[in-house]
Design a protein around this ligand. Structure first.
Ligand code: SAM
Length: 248
C-alpha cells in the first residue's frame, strides 16, 4: 500500500516549510487539504501544483474512505491543513484515525505548530505542559475548563481567536489571579509578531495599549504554579509514601 504523509505547513512565514515537506508535497499523487484555495495558493509559492482533495471538518470520514482506496492502490497522499500541524486544533485526526484503523501506513512530517513555537520562546521552565487549544465560547464552560488548569505546575497552552481575546484574559485573571504570569504570543512568524510576558494583572492594559492587538491570532501560555505549590498531588504522594512504608 501507499502512505499518507501528514505534512505541517507554515503558520505565517512561508520560509518555515521544511525541505522534506517540499520534497514530499512534490512527490505526492494528491494532497488532501482543509481549504483547496488556500493550499493551491501556498503550493504556488513553492512552484508546485497538485491535484487537491477537499478534506474539511465535515467530510473527514468520507474522504478517509477515498484516501484509503487510493493508498490501497499504492498512491502517496499528503495531508495538510490551512496552517501549522494537521490534527492540532485543525482537521485531520479523523482521517488518520480511520486509516490507522484499517492498518494503512501514516507518517508525519514535523514542522510548525503555534503552540510549540510560543512555548519555546516563553521561558516558562517546568518540563511539563498541557495543551488545551480553544476554550469553549460560553462563559460558564470556559471558566470550568480554566478552573481545571489552576492547580498544576505545568504550563497551560491555549489558542484564541482575536475577537474573544479581551474576554478570555478577563476570565483568566479571575480564575488564576493577578500575579500569575502569562505569555501573549501574537502573529507568530509574521511581520507584526509580538510575544509579551507579564502578569495577568498587566495583560489587559497591554492589550489595550495598541488597537492592533485586538486583531491577529494568539497563543496564550499561563505559567504553572511553582512545583512546591503543585497543590495536593505532592502532599498526597508524600502521605502515600509514609503509608506504604508503614505497611511493609
Ligand atoms: N494547526 C495549527 C497549529 O499547529 O498550530 C493551529 C490551527 S488553529 C485553527 C488556529 C489557531 O492557532 C489560532 O486561532 C491561534 O490561536 C493559533 N495560531 C495559528 N497561527 C498562529 C500565529 N502565527 N501566531 C499566533 N497564533 C497562531
Amino acid at each position: 500500500a501507499g502512505t499518507l504523509y501528514v505534512v505541517a505547513t507554515p503558520i505565517g512565514n512561508t520560509g518555515d516549510i521544511s525541505l522534506r515537506a517540499l520534497y514530499l508535497l512534490n512527490l505526492a499523487d494528491a494532497i488532501a487539504c482543509e481549504d483547496t484555495r488556500n493550499t493551491a495558493q501556498l503550493l504556488s509559492l513553492y512552484g508546485l501544483q497538485k491535484p487537491l482533495i477537499a478534506a474539511h471538518q465535515h467530510n473527514e470520514r468520507e474522504v478517509a474512505q477515498k484516501i484509503a482506496e487510493r493508498l490501497q492502490a499504492g498512491e502517496r497522499i499528503a495531508l495538510v491543513s490551512d496552517a501549522g500541524t494537521p490534527g492540532v486544533s485543525d482537521p485531520g485526526a479523523r482521517i488518520v484515525d480511520e486509516l490507522r484503523n484499517q492498518g494503512l501506513p501514516v507518517i508525519a512530517l514535523p514542522g510548525a505548530s503555534a503552540a510549540i513555537t510560543a512555548l519555546s520562546a516563553s521561558g516558562f521552565t517546568d518540563d511539563q505542559f498541557q495543551f488545551i487549544g480553544f476554550l469553549p465560547s460560553k462563559a460558564g464552560q470556559r471558566t470550568e475548563v480554566l478552573q481545571r488548569c489552576v492547580n498544576t505546575s505545568a504550563t497551560q497552552i491555549f489558542y484564541e481567536a482575536p475577537h474573544r481575546i479581551h474576554d478570555t484574559i478577563a476570565a483568566m485573571l479571575e480564575v488564576f489571579g493577578p500575579q500569575r504570569r502569562i505569555v501573549l504570543a501574537r502573529e507568530l512568524t509574521k511581520l507584526f509578531e509580538e510575544s509579551q510576558r507579564c502578569t495577568l494583572a498587566e495583560a489587559g492594559a497591554w492589550l489595550k495599549a495598541d488597537k492592533h492587538r485586538e486583531k491577529g491570532e494568539y497563543v496564550l501560555l499561563i505559567e504553572g504554579l511553582p512545583p512546591q505549590q503543585d497543590n495536593g498531588m505532592q502532599e498526597a504522594q508524600r502521605i502515600l509514601g509514609i503509608l506504604l512504608e508503614s505497611c511493609s
